[in-house]
Each structure stands twice: as C-alpha cells, then as structure tokens.
Design a protein around this ligand. Structure first.
Ligand code: UD1
Ligand code: CA
Length: 450
C-alpha cells in the first residue's frame, strides 16, 4: 500500500504567512501527525506540495517522497501531479494534510473495509453534527451512492445532509489513473475536484465510520485550537493510563514527544514541551514550564521555568527558579527561589537557595552558595568562567568576577567582591572594613537640638 498526502493548497482561510500543514499542534507540525498515522499502514508515502513548497518541505521527514503541484487547480489536479507515484496494480490511500486527528487504527479499519469487496474506491463518510464546510454524500432513494457535492456547490436542500466526505480514500491505482484525466472543473470554484473522480467510478464503497472526531479538517484557526485540544486530551489520557498522575488535565499542556515515568505527579498550569523526558516519582508544578529538558527520578520543580536543562535524581528546583540552556544539576542539588542558572554544571549536594545568578560556571559538590551570589560572567565583550571547587562556602551577597577560581574548601566572606583566585581552605574577605563610631547618633542629636 502506498499513500498520497495532499498539502499543496493555499490554505487562505488560515490567514497565515506560513503553510497550514506546518502549523504546530502539541509541538508537532500538523502534517507530521498525519504521517505518523499513515506510516503505520503504508510503506511508501508521497506528499504533494505546491503553495509555499519550500516551507512545507522543511518540516517533512526524510523518509517521504515529494511531488510538486505547480498550480493549485484542485484536489484531483494535486493527485494528478503525483501520478508517477501511483502504481496501477496497487491500492493507493489518499488523504489530506489538514486532518491531524486521523489515527492508524482508523486507517486500518478503512483499508479492511476496502478489501472486504471488489471496489474501485472506498470513500469514508461520517455524520457530522455541524457539516458546514465539508462535501456532502449524495445518495439515491435506494441508499446507493450517487456523488459528493462540495459545500460551495450544494443546494440548500443538499446542505442539510449531515453525512459528509471525510477526505480519506482508498483507490485501486488502475481505476484512479483511468478517471483522473476525465475530471472536469465545472463548478463554482473552477477546480478539479478529487470528489468528482469518485463520482466517475462504478464500484464505490461508502464506509461510514462512527467516530467523527478523527476526521476533523483544519481550515481556520478556530478549528486549529479545537483540534489541538483533542490531541492534548489524547496525550494526557495516554500518560494517565501509563501511570502518571495529572491533577488537572484541563490546565496541563504536554507535547507529543514528552516522556514521563510512573508515579510522577503533574500539578495544574504546567507546560512540558519539546523533547522532554521526566523520570519516576517526580513532582512537577504547579505553574511550571519545562522545555527540552532531561529530568531524572524524584525531582521536584515548583513554579519555575526550565529550558534545555539536565536535572539529575533527587534535585529540587524552585519556587521561582529559572534554568537556562546548558544547565546540568547533579544529584541532590537544591536550587531555590529567584535563582537563575545558565550554562553551568552544579555538583552533587550543592545548594543555591536564594536570589542568585550562576552563569558559565562549574561548581563542585557540597558547595553552599549564599543568598545573593552573582557570577559576573560578562565583561562587556565576552563570557568568562567561574570555577568553584568542592566544599566551598560562598557567603551571601558575593560578586564573583570571572574568570575566577575558588579552590577546594575555601570560605568567602559575605559581601565580598572576588576578583582573584582563592587558594584551598583559605578565607577570602574582599570588602571595606567596618568602622564603629561610638555614640555618634547621640552626639548628632544633641547638636541638632542645640
Ligand atoms: C475537501 C473535500 C471535501 C471534504 C473535505 C474534508 C475536495 C474537492 N473536497 O474540502 O469533500 O469534505 O476536504 O476535510 O476534495 N490541496 C492541494 N492542491 C489543491 C487543492 C488542495 O494539494 O490544488 C490540498 C490542500 O492543501 C489540503 C487538501 O488538499 O490539504 C484539501 O483541500 P481543502 O481546500 O482544505 O479542501 P476542503 O475545502 O476542506
Ligand atoms: Ca480542508
């Protein structure tokens, strides 16, 4: 079985600079959803591109063929552009790139229906509560298929029909090649409709599916949001069935490729995006955004934003932390409130609990980073590295002017501005010495009161 996916149209109803099928749904381009379902049933897939072809090609994986429809003259014309791909002795599954809810199981049912008799084509219909925008299935009094009428060309009477054409077809290759050249463009849009090719065939099988959801087409941004909501629900349900607790699915947003281990609990208002994996027994959220992170077991992330970080076992992050690209937190690290970490490795058991910026740094194990510590990593021209070795104690409100190295076991006094390396096991104090002036306040008062 080969498959053709049509994605050359203008998608004008999207009002977008970008092709419709490249819009992302739960982190994945619309057409990739279709491809993932189709690759379960077809061994070769060809995508027909045309309008903004380069942009569509950019989101296509390497394992698909591409055909080019230079002018967008309709869906039958699009199929014609890929006629070299159609094998007369093989069936061809055709569907549109704008139906991302389609599932492999559903396609399998359709193919089985096609093989249940000697049909030229099997078309798939469903009853839509609101059929607006879809082609209607016209049947005669005996219930036999007559033709498909597009919304645009339908009479008021025909528009009342709720049985619609889903846009999934299985054709006998030979029959399709035979009727395609006969399709005319005598309709209000002046387009060559694939639906008319069906009308020209003799043995048409109408397979009516009971699940309309799989066939929702996305033509505008309202439908885009609607479809995203359904995909999101599917992702969450799958995770819940695999053993993830999701406190409030309605306010939880998890992308298609995210992996989460058993007994992890996701609190409300959380976003897990991109290529993210989360281990077992973690607690994520509430109000947390995680993008492209690897999170190991028993990690807690509360009210925080983490992008491109690797967080190892038993780490706790937040509330109100920000982990940026290149952050690596070793086991049992504690990152607390208002702490930002970027391009830094932080060793096991190290703590940075309050109001701190750690950028371009390498920090050992069992280090205590006091409240308000800042790595001054940028000298106005380039980024410089701060190294803090094992068992160092950094007092509060310390500025570490990079490049600088605080060696093993050293102690930096609170309020220091460190510009030179600190040797092992020594104390560094870099601040003005305190002076106390006895009775200064009393004397001032006496003077003022005369
Ligand atoms: C189409 C069907 C309609 C069906 C509906 C299901 C036709 C004529 N109509 O209508 O019966 O109910 O889908 O969602 O087929 N495309 C091309 N080249 C073109 C024109 C379109 O590749 O010249 C592609 C589009 O990129 C899109 C798909 O074909 O992915 C369908 O086109 P669209 O304009 O969305 O068709 P509908 O009006 O939704
Ligand atoms: Ca459509």
């Amino acid at each position: 079985m080969v498959s053709l996916i049509l994605a050359a149209g203008m998608s004008s109803r999207m009002k977008s600079k970008y092709p419709k099928v490249t819009h992302r749904l739960c982190g994945k381009p619309m057409i990739q959803w279709v491809l993932d379902a189709v690759f379960g049933v077809a061994d070769k897939v060809c995508v027909v591109v045309g309008h903004q072809a380069e942009m569509v090609k950019q989101v296509l994986p390497d394992n698909v063929d591409v055909a080019y429809q230079a002018e967008q003259l309709g869906t039958a014309h699009a199929v014609m552009s890929a006629k070299n791909f159609i094998n007369p002795t093989d069936d061809v599954l055709i569907l549109y790139g704008d139906m991302p809810l389609i599932r492999q199981e559903t396609l399998q049912k359709i193919i089985r229906a096609h093989h249940s008799g000697d049909y030229d084509v099997t078309i798939v219909s469903v009853d839509m509560a609101d059929p607006t925008g879809y082609g209607r299935i016209i049947k005669d009094d005996a219930g036999e298929f007559v033709k498909i009428v597009e919304e645009f060309d339908a009479s008021e009477e025909e528009k009342k029909i709720r049985e619609i054409n889903t846009g999934v077809y299985v054709f006998k290759g030979e029959k399709l090649l035979e009727v395609l050249p006969k399709v005319k463009h005598e309709n209000r849009k002046n387009e060559y409709y694939l639906t008319d090719a069906v009308g020209l065939l003799e043995k048409v099988n109408v397979y009516k599916d009971s699940n309309a959801e799989d066939f929702s087409g996305v033509n505008n941004r309202i439908q885009l949001a609607e479809v995203e909501r359904i995909l999101r629900r599917r992702i969450l349900e799958k995770l819940m069935l695999e053993g993830v607790t999701i406190i409030d699915p309605l306010s939880t947003y998890i992308d298609a490729n995210v992996k989460i281990g058993r007994d992890t609990v996701i609190y409300p208002m959380s976003f897990l995006e991109g290529e993210t994996s989360v281990g077992e027994d973690c607690v994520i959220g509430p109000m947390t955004r995680i993008v492209n992170c690897v999170i190991e077991d028993r990690v807690t992330v509360t009210r925080s934003e983490c992008v491109g970080a690797h967080i190892m076992c038993d780490v706790s992050v937040g509330p109100f932390s920000r982990l940026r690209e290149g952050t690596v937190l070793y086991p049992k690290v504690k990152i607390g409130n208002f702490v930002e970490v970027k391009n830094s490795k932080i060793g096991p058991n190290t703590k940075a609990q309050h109001l701190t910026y750690l950028g371009d740094s390498q920090i050992g194990e069992n280090v205590n980073v006091g409240a308000g510590t800042i790595t001054c990593n940028f000298d106005g021209k380039k980024k410089n590295q701060t190294v803090i070795e094992d068992q160092v104690f950094i007092g509060s409100n310390t500025a570490l002017v990079a490049p600088v190295r605080i060696k093993k076991g050293a102690f930096v006094a609170a309020g220091s501005t460190i510009t030179q390396d600190v040797p092992e096991w020594s104390l560094a104090i870099a601040r003005a010495r305190q002076e106390n002036k006895p009775d200064w306040v009393l004397k001032k008062k006496q003077k003022e009161e005369g």
